[in-house]
Design a protein around this ligand. Structure first.
Ligand code: ADE
Length: 234
């Protein structure tokens, strides 16, 4: 079977996942360290994508072309936007949108030019498996499922969060990579899904909340979900 890619943006999101791989081997491509190893009998490639949509797209393309992965799973943190999406909750994406894409008036706001769409769906089976893994790995956490929006901006003011909530009322969370991965995986026909623990509410307190969460909870949360996912995946 083709390997499964496990991806995060930041070291703090992936460190504990790397600790789970008993036999990893490092390959450097495009300045990124790709860790090839095994987890619960699956061949995996774990990598830090770095932050933002371009870094995410580069990483996704290398995973597809050079490592010939069969599925891609992203794990990390996000800012909560939806009502009731609180710090410590988990969001599994059902679809993704680039909130900073705007080629209007040539194309409708948020539409990715020449794709005829603004939203890219997560792979339904992989997303369902992630949901189940999150519920079983973190039984105390609320697990939401829905739209995740991405852009090249750390959303760190209440005013900015309100604008996103008004423009995209069904958005559950905001981060900086998911929609880029979804677009590239769509191009390569690769199943993609993402799980995000909510580190902050993308408001005036986001900066401090994010740093505290990244320092303490992000890594063990990612590792618990990924470990359970790979234990249960066929
Ligand atoms: N990732 C975690 N919190 C975020 C925020 N507030 N904005 C963008 N990406 C994030």
């Amino acid at each position: 079977a083709a390997p499964i890619a496990i991806v995060s943006a930041m070291h703090e999101e992936l460190a504990a996942v790397l600790d789970l791989l008993p036999d990893e081997r490092k390959v450097v491509v495009a300045g990124r360290e790709f860790w090839q190893g095994h987890l619960h009998g699956h061949e995996v490639v774990a990598v830090l994508a770095r932050i933002g949509k371009v870094a995410a797209a580069t990483t996704a393309a290398v995973l597809a072309e050079r490592f010939e992965v069969g599925r891609v799973v992203f794990t990390g943190v996000a800012g909560g936007l939806g009502p009731g999406v609180q710090v410590g909750d988990v969001v599994v994406a059902s679809e993704f949108l680039q909130h900073d894409m705007d080629a209007s008036p040539i194309f409708p706001r948020h539409e990715v030019p020449l794709y005829g769409r603004s939203r890219f769906a997560a792979d339904a089976d992989l997303a369902a498996a992630l949901c189940e893994a999150a519920r079983s790995a973190l039984p105390q956490a609320r697990v939401h499922r829905g739209l995740v929006v991405s852009g090249d901006r750390f959303v760190s003011t209440t005013a900015e969060a309100r604008v996103l909530q008004a423009e995209l009322p069904d958005a559950l969370a905001v981060e900086m990579e998911g929609a880029a991965f979804a677009q590239v995986c769509h191009d390569f026909g690769l199943p993609f899904a993402a799980v995000r623990t909510i580190s902050d509410r993308a408001d005036d307190a986001a900066h401090g909340d994010f740093l505290e969460f990244i320092r303490t909870v992000a890594s063990p949360h990612s590792a618990a979900i990924v470990e359970t996912l790979l234990r249960n995946l066929p």
